[in-house]
Structures are given as C-alpha cells and as structure tokens.
Design a protein around this ligand. Structure first.
Ligand code: GSH
Length: 129
C-alpha cells in the first residue's frame, strides 16, 4: 500500500511537470510567433524617399509635414554625389526641382503636391500603405 502511494505521488509529480513543460512550450511558441509578427510588420513599413538640397525651403516644408506625421524617411541630398540629381529626374519623369518625394516608389511630386494630397485626405492612406 505504501509502495502504491509512493508510485502515485511519483506519477502525479511527473504529469504535473509534463504539464508545466507544455505550458512553457506554449509560452515560448507564443513569444516566437509575436516576434515573427513584429518582423512582418517591419518588412511592410512604408518606404518614403525625399530628394533634397540643404538650402531649399520647400524641402524643409515637406520634411516638416513628414515629421508631423511621425513617419521615417530616407533623405537623399542631390548635391552629395554626382549622379543623384539625374537619378531623381529619371524617377520623377523629368522633374528637376527639389524636393521630389516617393512613397513606396510611387512618385508623389514636390512639396506642393504632397500638401495638396494632405488637404484632400489622400496622404495618410499612402503613408499607411
Ligand atoms: N512647386 C515646387 C517648388 C520646388 C522648388 O522651386 N524648389 C527649388 C528649391 S527650393 C528648386 O529646386 N529650384 C531649382 C533648382 O534648385 O535647381 C514644390 O512644391 O516642390
């Protein structure tokens, strides 16, 4: 009888430990899947590029709006390397003034065009895409 009692306690302990292991496995799996979701979100982040020069007031105005929106952007100073203005013009269908703004590779135009999108309520959906 004593032996059966000891065996019972042993088996129950083992099962409890097993159930703890399963709980632990679930916690680990949930953590991994949360991390994967975060990575997916990061991969889908909107790509915003703005071609600028240092002295351009329209560039400052355009960047101010993006900063107000709390979105990150890549700034490309066209005077920082020889071919950048040409690259910009090619992507902007000949547009040669700065800024030239791209959201997920879509050419938005300059500062005025971006503010016009904002007034029309069309900028936020693009920034969220
Ligand atoms: N309507 C344009 C005006 C842009 C503009 O005139 N930018 C000036 C600099 S602030 C420019 O690029 N000028 C010609 C140049 O610098 O070669 C916009 O909203 O972006």
């Amino acid at each position: 009888m004593f032996f059966r009692g000891v065996m019972y306690a042993f088996v129950k302990g083992a099962l409890t430990n097993r159930s703890r292991e399963l709980d632990l496995a679930k916690v680990v799996n949930d953590a991994i899947s949360d991390t994967q979701t975060d990575q997916d979100t990061e991969i889908r982040m909107t790509k915003i590029e703005i071609y600028t020069t240092r002295t351009c007031p329209y560039c400052l105005r355009a960047k101010a709006l993006l900063q107000e929106k709390g979105v990150g952007y890549k700034e490309i100073d066209v005077n920082s390397a020889p071919n950048l203005r040409q690259d910009m013009m090619k992507r902007a269908n000949g547009g040669y003034t700065v800024p030239q703004i791209f959201i997920n590779d879509e050419h938005i135009g300059g500062c005025d065009e971006m503010y016009a999108l904002e007034r029309a309520g069309k900028l936020d959906p693009k920034l969220a895409s």
